[in-house]
Design a protein around this ligand. Structure first.
Ligand code: PLP
Length: 223
């Protein structure tokens, strides 16, 4: 399937989900997750009009950067080892996987300007998942204050791999609730306007629950 055709179908589902939840389509940004696919396929996604691309490994991002350079807005969406920060810091506009102070310290050290970071939250509590438990997120964000190169742009989560719509919905709803708690802190370094949630199998539910960034790989560019 051409990316363009997949995109049309996804766009229709996004529009319907926005309509159901009284949201505006332009509140929802599609990030094409290109981690499984070739550079050519990533280029095809970009040419189809998707300006935000996501990669979960530093070498994957660097390989695609060689060709696409800074034309797309790059999102780093995978768990990030501190020693890899220097490889992506001047390329990724958003880091979706901030989950510990040691990583914040490394970003602080390597960044020239403040970096848009999303704090990754393990809403479901599954042991296999990265991210902070919900109860720890507010104090974690408070402790980021001295790190002047970190801007908490939002929160990110990965929902459990399930077809249980109620479970998915409650997971996304909890992240939205947490976002509101953080916005109430009114910290200038933590505007927390973004909610990065929803993947190929659950993005319509995520949109209904407030997603502003959906990360789509399989359904858009394939595996
Ligand atoms: C791979 C990946 C995605 C995309 O998953 P699909 O199910 O293929 O849409 C989204 N977010 C993260 C963090 C990923 O690693």
């Amino acid at each position: 399937m051409k990316v363009e055709d997949n995109l049309k179908e996804i766009q229709q589902k996004i529009d319907a989900a926005c309509q159901r939840s009284g949201r505006n389509q332009d509140e929802v940004k599609i990030i094409a997750v290109t981690k499984y696919v070739s550079i050519e396929r990533a280029q095809e996604a970009f040419d189809a009009g998707i300006k935000d691309l996501g990669e979960n490994r530093d070498d994957g991002l660097l390989a695609k950067w060689e060709v696409l350079e800074d034309k797309p807005t790059w999102h780093f969406i995978g768990s990030l080892q501190s020693k890899k920060v220097k490889n992506i810091i001047d390329k990724a506009a958003y880091i979706h996987s901030l989950d510990r102070l040691s990583l914040a310290a490394e970003i602080q050290k390597r960044a020239i300007d403040p970096v848009n970071c999303l704090v990754q939250v393990n809403v479901s509590g599954e042991e296999s998942k990265h991210g902070l438990p919900i109860e720890e997120v507010k104090s974690f964000i408070s402790s980021l204050k001295p790190y002047t190169n970190i801007r908490v742009a939002g929160l990110m989560t990965m929902a459990p791999l399930t077809d249980d719509e109620n479970l998915l919905r409650s997971c996304f709803r909890k992240l939205k609730g947490l976002q509101q708690d953080i916005q109430a802190m009114e910290e200038p370094f933590a505007p927390c306007t973004e909610l990065s949630m929803g993947m190929s199998n659950d993005y319509t539910i995520a949109i209904e629950e407030g997603a502003t960034m959906i990360r789509i790989g399989t359904a858009l560019v394939g595996q």
